[in-house]
Ligand binder design. Sequence first.
Ligand code: ATP
Ligand code: MG
Length: 248
Amino acid sequence: MGTILQAKNVCKQYEGNEVLKSISLSIEDGEFVAIMGQSGSGKSTLLYNFSGMDTATSGHVFFQGREITALSEEEISCLRLEKMGFIFQSANLLKNLSIRDNIIFPGFLLGKASPRELNNQGEILMKRMGIFEIANHDIKKVSGGQLQRAAICRALINNPIIIFCDEPTGALNLAATKEVMELFNKINREGTAVMLVTHDARVAARADRIIYLEDGEKKAELRLGKYQDEDSLPREKNMIEWLQGMGF
Ligand SMILES: Nc1ncnc2c1ncn2[C@@H]1O[C@H](COP(=O)(O)OP(=O)(O)OP(=O)(O)O)[C@@H](O)[C@H]1O
Ligand SMILES: [Mg+2]
């Protein structure tokens, strides 16, 4: 497996306040990594600094071997559009566009596929995510779970190699959370790496690896999923013990 993302001693300060304290972390091809930690521990900051949405105060971040901490804003924007997908707690879809047009919009911005190809790709994604029947709907007339599925389609339209998700299920009820998480697992099985911030242990339990942050430091790491040996503790028990150890 190759390394997609490598962070070396990443520090972030806001007004002298150290929010990330020398974090080193790698994400491998096709991995599913969950970031947990209490409110204010630096989870979102980590995600933004790793994906080039924000710039570290010191340290280095490499994306496919290329140092993104050394790129211009324009270069990083192109890289993000082409190689990364983003999903947040709220879907943030554009109000005046249909679900379909919202989904294919980043494809137009990238400008590498024809409108016809983008429409086809959008349709395939909507079918996979179970929202094809609402393709032409106004975004105000669909449920939160459907909006979030549309946001997932939009994040996938340019075939990213990794998707970054900040509390993607934070605004969803239990049933919609389960459905959306099943989609993330499906996307990941098909080869897209996922880096996902969550407060929800049930959500994190679907990852291959959980990183636990405390006050801007990487406090602990738990390997699950594809890393778990056959003879180790059952997945759920392993995780519950780990979370208890972290004071949850
Ligand atoms: N733009 C900013 N300016 C100043 N301080 C910031 C900024 N962004 C984040 N912080 C501070 O950095 C710390 C970490 O914030 P961050 O948003 O990364 O936490 P989090 O773990 O994602 O929390 P939550 O679970 O509530 O989303 C907090 O103390 C926050 O107040
Ligand atoms: Mg956050």
